[in-house]
Write a protein that binds this ligand. Sequence first.
Ligand code: SF4
Ligand code: SF4
Ligand code: SF4
Ligand code: FES
Length: 951
Amino acid sequence: MSINKEQDFGTPASTASQLVTLEIDGFKVTAPAGTSIMRAASSIGIDIPKLCATDSIEPFGSCRLCVVEIEGGRGMPASCTTPVAEGLKVSTQSKRLADVRRGVMELYISDHPLDCLTCSANGDCELQDMAGAVGLREVRYNPQGENHLNAAKDESNPYFSFDPSKCIVCSRCVRACEETQGTFALTIDGRGFDSKVSPSQNQAFMDSECVSCGACIQACPTATLMEKSVIDHGQPEHAIITTCAYCGVGCSFRAEMKGEQVIRMVPNKDGKANHGHSCVKGRFAFGYATHKDRMTKPMIRADIKDAWQEVSWEEAINHASSELRRIQAKYGKDSIGGITSSRCTNEEVYIMQKLIRAGFGNNNVDTCARVCHSPTGYGLKQTFGESSGTQDFDSVMKADVILIIGANPTDGHPVFASMMKKRLREGAKLIVVDPREIDLVRNSPHVHADYHLKLRPGTNVAFINALAHVIVTEQLMDEDFVNARCDVASFAKWEIFIAQEYHSPEATESITGVPAADIRAAARLYATANNAAIYYGLGVTEHSQGSTMVIGIANLAMATGNLGRVGVGVNPLRGQNNVQGSCDMGSFPHEFPGYRHVSDDKTHRLFEAAWDAELSSEPGLRIPNMFEAALDKSFMGLYCEGEDIAQSDPDIQHVHAALRAMECVIVQDIFLNETAKFAHVFLPGASFLEKNGTFTNAERRISPVRKVMSPLAGYQDWEVTQMLANAMGYPMNYSHPSEIMAEIASLTPTFAGVSYEKIDQLGSIQWPCYDEESVGTPIMHEETFMRDNGKGLFMLTEYVATHERVTRKFPLILTTGRILSQYNVGAQTRRTDNNAWHSEDRLEIHPHDAEDRGLKTDDWVGIKSRSGETVLRALISERVQPGVVYTTFHFPESGANVITTDNSDWATNCPEYKVTAVQVSKVSQTSDWQEKYHAFSENQLDLLEQGINNG
Ligand code: SF4
Ligand code: SF4
Ligand code: SF4
Ligand code: FES
């Protein structure tokens, strides 16, 4: 079986609007000005031989294999670097051309191992294809002459190998690393015969700046750069398009398969979020799906001190349902509920919340978006009328000024970061607002921030008010936009509010720590740009004033008219793959799908009729309220799908106490995660490779998730929820997730035109998509805002300092973030070779603070807050400012959430993960909590082992 290859047009498409017509081999072809002759020929099915060109990077013109003849022209120009022109007559075939091409190939092959039949690229090698295409039959040069055939391989990277003996020095890898990824890790070192590809300063790949994005492998025409999975298992045989299950960029991939085995994940060139690019997680870190820790058997137990007992699906589902019903009979209808996950598909989330609202009879459903982007939902809904970002990713390519607040795109959203870096290399200006020096500030080649405003954690609102103050008092507003598009009464109030002196940069400098002059300069830069775009992350939302800050950002964009067109906007960078979708699907306790309040009469009646059930119009419990209620003995049963609250939620000792207090915790997951250690029923889940459905990324793009292998435990997750619903007496009868999407579309106006057929046809759809004709909405609020009266609403954003203040006891502020190679709680990436880059969470601390405490890099440090204490190793770094310490949270034993507090956003309860007052000191042993954690975890693994042995 041979895999369908994607067409390679040789050079990138031209976006010029002017068209030119020419003749190639006697055929007329019309193409946009600036298109290469090679691409124009390819578009009519004439494939000119090529080696150094590929359509993901700019042409280079080095191999001379693609030469053509032009009537009336001199010589033989390279078709990859020669643009089309009106009236040209091009020949791609002649004896003269054939001789030149054969000569070129002969030179390449004379210094190339002749082991095609045993080479892992056999059948997928452009050098091999081109040798055939130019009719090379023999090589006249002496194979014993000087050559590179014994060059040593570099196997340092866990995922790919570099075999220089096969390299033809075409530099496609070098250009891919520069143009596509923006890392500039590769160079061609030396000249002539001695020239060779060199990672960084002639280092091994693992020691170089390489971030393992895979772009060079994608670009390499030979077996030089090759996935180890292909070397180990052979060439794939078929491919299925699906969507990455890691971050909110939502990259489209071809899962290239051999039977049911994934051989490699190749970024899809037609993917509208990623345009053929990837990062190390989506590209390589898929091995967790078949890791030995995968749970494949349902299990039950009466108490968390008991051994697990493996049971049939039927028994597990019946046990779960009877326990939930028993608890409701004993403690009341509202004593049970569920938590959905942004890692699940839209369809899974939809039927989960449907089960809870219609089957449990209450609205006790919440999602992990509670702890990340719930303030985005609230703030943008209030001001713009819709809970979502305003742009598509491509929009950044038209931004002149990019303002990044509380986000670290190169680690958190790497593929989008590559696009952003490209725009910055083209000359867009950059303002970074972050307490820590992220890579984009000055650690990305040819990119630097014009302003890095290092504000103190917890002072976001004072900062955004100061920025707005400058714009208002210096008359930098777009009054035409405000008058035409916004609620002018709300603007008038806001204008007076924000112009008050106490918001000025000078007055707030002592709060934010940012020099007033820098705020003034940054405000002018943002406000006077033709197109200014804001990108933000959890550094905005995870604060006690997270919602206020989102509103402040929205105010700023409206006041400067930076909304409703390409190149501008307000763009939350969503953490997990389906945060947008899980919110859209109604997983908040107060909202039905499509963000409609449960108490809204019309919506309520619509869902009651459609679901044939009596529904509550009272908002249900949010996650933190569930924990409180559990400790009060009024919430005793939880169905938790795909979420690891026992690791990811703040003040974890409180969460553990709440889980221990419940009588039935049902966990549905692919691994026995931290929450499952407190569970009574375990339902094995399916990875994204084992199910059908859709994910919605940060740009509202609904993309297909397609089953490429059978579920290891027998069922897709939506089927498990459906079985539980039926066991609980609420009938569900879907035979495929497409039917669930059809129901979502029938009940949700913004999804009305969405269907699986359309997704398959278009590749993806950005909601709103109101009807059958619509192909979706890349840019929102173009004519009017989505609020009822169509006007954008300004809201007042008074700064209120967090309760979490530094004191003599807790003099430092801890803030948190993530790293490229690991993902969230790490359950997936920790079970892959990504650990080679990050195998533990560290505490970053400024040299001054470290010196005060006698700390060196690698020392063990105790970190103590008013919630708890944990121990990590120190990393002395000037990336953090004095007074601020920083850590990632990818390993459960790090206990980052032992120290985070119960402070939360006033509007949404989103936890204040980003601000915790701590003391740090040198220690020699792990914390009490860590000791207890290890003992508990070991005990739980024993109980699992006993269950498996008895089963
Ligand atoms: S994997 Fe990516 S970062 Fe590394 S060398 Fe290749 S293109 Fe550059
Ligand atoms: S490694 Fe591959 S892409 Fe890079 S120069 Fe060699 S053959 Fe070309
Ligand atoms: S950028 Fe995000 S969606 Fe894309 S491959 Fe990486 S983790 Fe997956
Ligand atoms: S493909 Fe045009 S010169 Fe190499």
